[in-house]
Design a binder for this molecule. Sequence first.
Ligand SMILES: N[C@@H](CCC(=O)N[C@@H](CS)C(=O)NCC(=O)O)C(=O)O
Length: 262
Amino acid sequence: MSQPTKLYYNTKSVYSSIIRLYFHEKGVTVDETVHLDLGKGEQNTPEYHKVNPFTKVPVFVHGPIVVPDSRDITRYAEKAFANLNDLAPTHPEKANRILNELHTLRMAILTYGVANEQEAETKKELLNQFKARRSALKQAIDNYPDIAEDLKKKLQGTDKLLETMQNFEQVQEEWGRTEELFKWIDTHLENRTYLDGTKYTYTDSHFTSILSRISHCGHRRSILQYPNLARYWKEVQGRESYKMVFDIPCNISDHPEECTCR
Ligand SMILES: N[C@@H](CCC(=O)N[C@@H](CS)C(=O)NCC(=O)O)C(=O)O
């Protein structure tokens, strides 16, 4: 690992946590970490736009190579750090399918979205945080004319999300889709400890972070109703990597500030 390494991340971001879990399991020690406060809009600056024009985290930098996107980072690092722990799936096609399915889940809708009157109450504070992020984005559009075009596109996406998040029916649909996928994974896990079989792979880092978000945002039942998935969830939480990344108690009712992402 002779080239310098750098990770741009946020502690509350699902996708950043995937990489932090994965690096811990892989044995990658990053030379420099840069924490971006997404609520304050630190990702929407011209400097960071040069690193990642999509202005999102995580981004991994390895010498001259810049890799945005958690899926690409895990695939890249598996090859670049082949001398470290082997976390490559032994069934790449199946792993890719699972990974792609997991990344169709709309985590922002699941995190902030309100599915009923009760959630409209319990998630009020959370939704306000999302709205504050939108305000920071609007401010950045005014402050940074050079990147304003990209930021305006992002604002359009943000507004669509905000609308969906407040539509009970659409949020319920998203939970329905999520539980369908969980049901399928539950069957897949019937004779397997991890998604690949007996071997922990990077696909598990992706799934663990997603499960953590679902659990911490008041939807534990969506996991625990499936016996194999419940067993898997317990297993991955017992790993050192989980404790390192998610050692902060996180429950929307008592720690709303710890449950943010989009
Ligand atoms: N497909 C990307 C998604 C990255 C992403 O959505 N990151 C969120 C945090 S979890 C982000 O940076 N949001 C900042 C913003 O939209 O302003 C990945 O897998 O890394």
